[in-house]
Design a protein around this ligand. Structure first.
Ligand SMILES: N[C@@H](CCC(=O)N[C@@H](CS)C(=O)NCC(=O)O)C(=O)O
Length: 86
């Protein structure tokens, strides 16, 4: 119940920074980079902005497939392990 208050979707990671609550790893990464190392987000040029989004999308796909495989193998969550490894 405590987790669902922070994220009704029930997933982790969840980050709290003062009153701010963020979910979704890509949003958390962008927030941390913007605060600590904004140059990592590029100069605002079209190609650099697209490259940041490209890597965040790649990261999201990895999280979905590897996270799903881990839940299946370690926590016995039903799933198609072949599809999760693709
Ligand atoms: N798109 C989310 C995916 C997060 C995600 O899949 N988290 C998994 C753990 S790695 C989770 O909380 N799963 C909970 C569940 O499936 O019940 C992100 O990038 O933060």
């Amino acid at each position: 119940p405590e987790l669902l208050v922070l994220n009704p979707a029930g997933s982790i990671p969840i980050m709290e920074d003062g009153d701010l609550i963020l979910t979704e790893s890509s949003a958390i990464l962008v927030y941390l980079a913007a605060k600590a190392a904004p140059e990592w987000l590029g100069s605002g040029k079209a190609e650099e902005a697209a490259r940041v989004q490209q890597w965040l999308s790649f990261s999201g796909r990895l999280t979905a497939s590897l996270g799903g495989a881990r839940l299946h193998e370690m926590l016995l969550r039903p799933g198609d392990i072949g599809a999760l490894q693709a």
